[in-house]
Write a protein that binds this ligand. Structure first.
Ligand code: ADP
Length: 199
């Protein structure tokens, strides 16, 4: 079995593409969602976060105080990398445990916004990047999240440029509203099945 990573900038359409792979029977691990879950539920990680950031990192109900944490680590790269040093290994291990539980498929898919930045691509056999023109990404996220152009732009500015990601990937999916998505996914699906057989 192969383990494949999929990424792309915000609004590129990676979640949409993952839904197509899911329909093809491929198990998908959503690393970002899972990270949020672990940060609230995994006792050792919660303890580490409390130790690093203090009680204010969580609300009285025990949910993550996301806005407060963002404010705290924004503009403090040292603190951000300390937080990442707690979260990334926990998610990496959780992802490996998840992979071990998957059976009966040629490959698994791990979706992560920071696949390259976090180094988690190093644990994977192949990578896919979903890419779309900047303007289209901005419009899609404004519609999806009901947020301003500026808010989307700020999130995009924090990410690695998509061209750099595409250069590192084994496969690129162009979700530009011109090239059809499903035939591209089917071609990669077929190539991955063949690669898994050849392994
Ligand atoms: P990401 O997960 O990369 O941030 P999403 O998959 O959530 O991106 O896509 C962003 C928004 O754009 C969603 O509302 C999605 O439905 C829409 N979208 C994505 N791809 C297409 C497409 N090819 N055609 C129309 N809408 C799309």
């Amino acid at each position: 079995m192969l383990h494949v990573g999929i990424t792309g900038g915000i609004g590129s359409g990676k979640t949409t593409v993952c839904k197509v792979f899911k329909i093809l029977g491929i198990p998908v691990y959503y690393a970002d969602e899972r990270a949020k879950w672990l940060m609230e539920r995994q006792a050792s990680l919660v303890e580490g976060i409390l130790g690093l950031l203090g009680q204010e990192a969580y609300t009285a109900e025990g949910t993550l105080n996301r806005a407060w944490i963002s404010g705290k680590v924004f503009g403090n790269p040292g603190l951000l990398s300390q937080l990442n040093a707690l979260v990334h290994p926990a998610v990496a291990q959780d992802g490996l445990d998840w992979q071990e539980r998957q059976t009966g498929c040629a490959y698994t898919l791990k979706e992560a916004a920071l696949l390259f930045e976090s180094g988690s691509y190093l644990l994977l056999d192949k990578t896919i990047v979903v890419t779309a023109p900047l303007e289209l990404r901005i419009k899609r996220v404004m519609d999806r999240d009901g947020v301003s152009r500026q808010a989307v732009q700020e999130r995009i500015d924090q990410q690695m440029p998509e061209e750099n990601k595409a250069k590192k990937a084994d496969y690129v999916i162009f979700n530009d509203g011109e090239r059809l998505l499903i035939p591209q996914v089917l071609a990669i699906h077929q190539a991955l099945i063949e690669a898994a057989q050849a392994k």
